[in-house]
Design a protein around this ligand. Structure first.
Ligand code: NAD
Length: 322
């Protein structure tokens, strides 16, 4: 039985990845600062550790039988949507860099057989909506729009350098905006799809919601199940360097709101207010992941249809409990 360590297993993507790896027959250990917020973990073992500390990284990679982990999935990060990224630059650059430095070094020390790193579309520069999609190589010359993107680029390069020097296969995915049930939906770290689902769940039919900016920024979103398919395929492929995983369905923030409103069955008015918007657009190519046989199965509407009822249930439960 293959042994996998999922770092960030208390978070949105990590907790879903644990479930996927269990379904595929792995023995899985999760590690995080916190347990998953919305459902009990399916990991065989779960450690509460701060991975900014190298001794904790080594502990997370140690088993009583001293067996070596076949696979490490590094998804732990100090992370949030645009509202968080714009105010927490120092925390992101310090905390996520420390986690990445120590987890990579410890994995080499412990002889881990294969390593996965979760990077982001934020490594790319700001773009015009109608610009041609960027290939992976066009992340250089580097001009990420925010410090979160710079930290990801640094961590990608460190992962590649370690992989090369120590002959450890390293796979790196650049995720697009990912959404689905069991993701952060309130509190300041939520991303746009969850935030729009929450706002629309909270208002009556015909009500008004606030949207940051003028709503014209273009985005593409990927549903969690599609992303997991891509992670698993990429991890077991020969593809080196950062690889894009995303769905090429570009919508404005206003269109995102419209989609959520349709799924919710509500008429919604938008009030545009000042707030952090991020880049104008970010369009990337997906030929490399597609060549592995990956294909997105969920349109935005289908993914929101899976996500909205879950957010609605959280909103209702939260308001009942005061
Ligand atoms: P998340 O915030 O839900 O999960 C990250 C987890 O890391 C959290 O549970 C957090 O507690 C944990 N963590 C933070 N600091 C830690 C520490 N010091 N020690 C141990 N654990 C720590 O975020 P997510 O959406 O699941 O993202 C997972 C990964 O994917 C991250 O690396 C993120 O940057 C990347 N990513 C996510 C998206 C997205 O849209 N969700 C897009 C691009 C990239």
């Amino acid at each position: 039985m293959k042994k996998a360590l999922v770092c960030g297993a208390g978070g949105f993507i990590g907790s879903h990845l644990v479930k996927r790896l269990k379904r595929e027959g792995y023995w899985v250990r999760g590690v995080d600062l916190k347990r998953p917020e919305f459902a009990e973990t399916e990991a065989d073992d779960f450690l509460l550790l701060d991975l900014r500390d190298q001794s904790n990284c080594l502990t997370s990679l140690t088993t009583p039988e001293e067996t070596v982990f076949d696979e490490v999935y590094q998804l732990a990060a100090d992370m949030g949507g645009m509202g968080f990224i714009e105010i927490a630059e120092c925390e992101i650059m310090r905390n996520s860099a420390l986690i990445n430095i120590h987890m990579m070094h410890s994995s080499v020390e412990k002889g881990v057989k294969r390593y996965f790193f979760s990077s982001s579309a934020c490594v790319y520069r700001d773009m015009k909506p109608d610009e041609p999609e960027l290939s992976e190589e066009e992340a250089y010359p580097a001009q990420p729009d925010n410090e979160y993107g710079w930290e990801k680029l640094y961590a990608e390069r460190m992962a590649m350098a370690y992989g090369k020097r120590y002959k450890m296969p390293v796979r790196i995915a650049r995720f697009q905006n990912t959404y689905g049930p069991d993701g952060t939906w309130r509190g300041g770290r939520e991303k746009a799809p969850a935030a729009m689902c929450r706002k629309i769940a909270e208002v009556e039919d015909g009500g008004t919601i606030e949207v940051w900016g003028d709503g014209t920024a273009m985005r593409a979103y990927i549903y969690i199940d599609d992303l997991l398919d891509g992670i698993v395929l990429l991890m077991h492929s020969d593809l080196e360097n950062g690889i894009n995983i995303g769905r090429q369905e570009y919508v404005s923030v206003n269109e995102l709101v419209k989609t959520v409103a349709e799924v919710a069955g509500k008429r919604i008015r938008i009030e545009h207010v000042e707030g952090p918007v991020g880049v104008e657009a970010r369009n990337f190519r997906i030929d490399k992941i597609s060549a592995l046989g990956w294909q997105s199965q969920f349109s935005l509407k289908e993914g929101i249809t899976q996500t909205y009822p879950w957010v609605l249930a959280q909103v209702e439960a939260y308001s009942e409990n005061g």
